[in-house]
Design a protein around this ligand. Structure first.
Ligand SMILES: [Zn+2]
Length: 229
């Protein structure tokens, strides 16, 4: 995959996440550049998330420094760089502000898979017990340690992080992180939620695959009409 395609996918992903209310004016999504494991592409600090395009995706190193001239990277780029330094298996990171997922962390409720697609979080969604901005290398490292080997993490009183192997996979994970949280919270209003059983988690784990990423991605591209020529 060349850099131009990654820029277009990142911009599309961010715009669709903004449309879905998963990120607001300050979330960000990044990906490692194709041929250098120590460089990433991420949306710039200033580009408005509701209307940015591929031209607003900028390069940075794993110390969180901009590599392009006259560019400001998000102050919380350290969320991304710390995960990349710790997780060679991860190519894409999203920092979201999903309201219902975040509310579970605020309420001190354990995030459990209750829906079929929620099974992708069967190993758990840890909570980083610090609501502050992750604006330094040290804070990034602490957050990456909380994430560990998981796909997603809640930042109490702040938001969430999703880590995956591609932009479409991180979009898929982000959509279903919040979807499962919504159903979990709804069920808490009327009764005691029934988490997926071990055998159900195993049986449903296979939905984490490319054709599912493609299907969900295509659905939201067509629904939102977000397209870059
Ligand atoms: Zn944030």
């Amino acid at each position: 995959m060349n850099e131009a395609i990654i820029r277009t996918e990142l911009a599309t992903c961010i715009r669709m996440m903004e449309y879905l209310g998963l990120i607001d004016f300050s979330g960000h999504v990044s990906m490692r550049t194709p041929h250098k494991d120590d460089e990433i592409l991420i949306n710039s600090w200033g580009a408005s998330r509701c209307c940015l395009g591929p031209q607003d995706i900028v390069r940075a190193n794993l110390d969180g420094e901009a590599l392009d001239k006259n560019v400001i990277v998000p102050s919380e780029i350290h969320i991304h760089t710390a995960v990349y330094r710790r997780r060679p298996d991860i190519s894409t990171v999203a920092h979201l502000h999903p309201p219902v997922t975040t509310a579970l962390g605020v309420a001190g409720r354990t995030y459990v898979p209750v829906m079929h697609h929620g099974a992708i979080f069967g190993t758990g969604v840890p909570v980083h017990d610090n609501c502050g901005h992750v604006n330094s290398r040290e804070k990034g490292d602490a957050l990456a340690e909380t994430l560990g080997d998981h796909r997603a993490m809640i930042m109490r009183g702040h938001g969430a992080v999703v880590a995956a192997e591609s932009v479409k996979a991180v979009f898929f994970g982000s959509v279903y992180l919040e979807d499962n949280a919504k159903k979990l919270v709804e069920s808490l209003k009327i009764g005691e939620p029934i988490p997926l059983r071990e055998d159900e988690l195993k049986a449903s784990a296979g939905i984490w695959r490319q054709n599912q990423f493609d299907k969900v991605w295509r659905y939201y591209v067509e629904k939102t009409g977000i397209h870059f020529p």
